[in-house]
Write a protein that binds this ligand. Structure first.
Ligand SMILES: [Zn+2]
Length: 261
């Protein structure tokens, strides 16, 4: 829940004693752990890694896999209906858990999305007889797929989760921008930014809280502001504040973007 150097030392000491087979956690928390281990030149060797509860960014996946020497298994679910989708050993997209749920991807007008088209995720759970959830709107968006996984399981695939509906930012022309795509094109591409959170406080005002890395400088900030304005509109004002850490939500999740409008 609170990852700093001291927590990482304690975690590593316990890891050596317990030698667990599985590294399981929030995607971004596993990344922060693995990035810190990479800087110290330490590797972990779990038999499996399951990243959950948050979107797994591709660049973060690469760091985790480098430090642990095996593939990350990404999964998607929620408290209300449990597991919705999970990668298999082929890591070829996430298989929908259709034994358990009917999963729909809907456009804003309620019609079904085509394969490859992003839409609202709506779930009907088939095994909960105490409190049936019928066409439950999870609050996430995702992309269905018509690809077939070579593993032969036959369960349909989804491409990926695009993000929490609440975490989409709104551009000046009214279109919505997935927070994750903003992060992928700033945090992971500009040198010198360790952690970042973008909060849209008002339509034309962004607050960026960031943890600077060693390479951070005025040029990083200028490129960051230009990049955010390119996504959301040149009229958008961007306030950048350097912080020591980005706090997690009460759930332990990090939110990369927050839309307050
Ligand atoms: Zn498969």
């Amino acid at each position: 829940m609170h990852i700093d150097n001291q927590a990482i030392d304690k975690f590593l000491a316990e890891w050596q004693i317990m030698k667990p087979g599985m590294l399981y956690g929030h995607a971004h928390s596993i990344f922060i752990l693995c990035e810190a281990l990479q800087q110290r030149g330490i590797t972990l060797n779990p038999a499996g890694i399951v990243a959950t509860s948050m979107m797994l960014i591709e660049q973060e996946r690469q760091v985790i896999e480098e430090v642990c020497g095996i593939k990350v298994t990404n999964r998607y679910g929620c408290e209300e209906v449990s597991l919705i989708a999970c990668e298999c050993e082929q890591h070829h997209g996430m298989h929908l858990n259709t034994d358990h749920n009917i999963v729909e991807f809907l456009r804003d007008d309620g019609t079904p999305c085509a394969p490859g088209e992003d839409g609202r995720i709506v779930v009907t759970e088939l095994v909960n007889f105490g409190m049936p959830m019928i066409r439950y709107e999870v609050g996430d968006r995702g992309v269905p797929s018509d690809r077939i996984c070579p593993c032969g399981r036959g369960l349909p695939l989804m491409e990926h989760v695009t993000g929490r509906v609440a975490d989409f930012l709104v551009a000046t022309d009214g279109h919505k921008v997935a927070g994750i795509s903003i992060i992928e094109n700033t945090l992971t591409k500009l040198p010198g930014i360790k952690q970042m959170q973008v909060v849209q406080e008002e339509a034309l005002r962004l607050q960026v809280n960031l943890v600077p890395g060693p390479q951070y400088g005025p040029e990083t900030e200028a490129r960051l502001v230009a990049s955010l304005q390119e996504y959301l509109g040149t009229e958008v004002g961007v306030q950048v504040t350097q912080v020591a850490r980005i706090p997690q939500e009460e759930s332990g999740k990090y939110r990369f973007t927050i839309c307050r409008i």
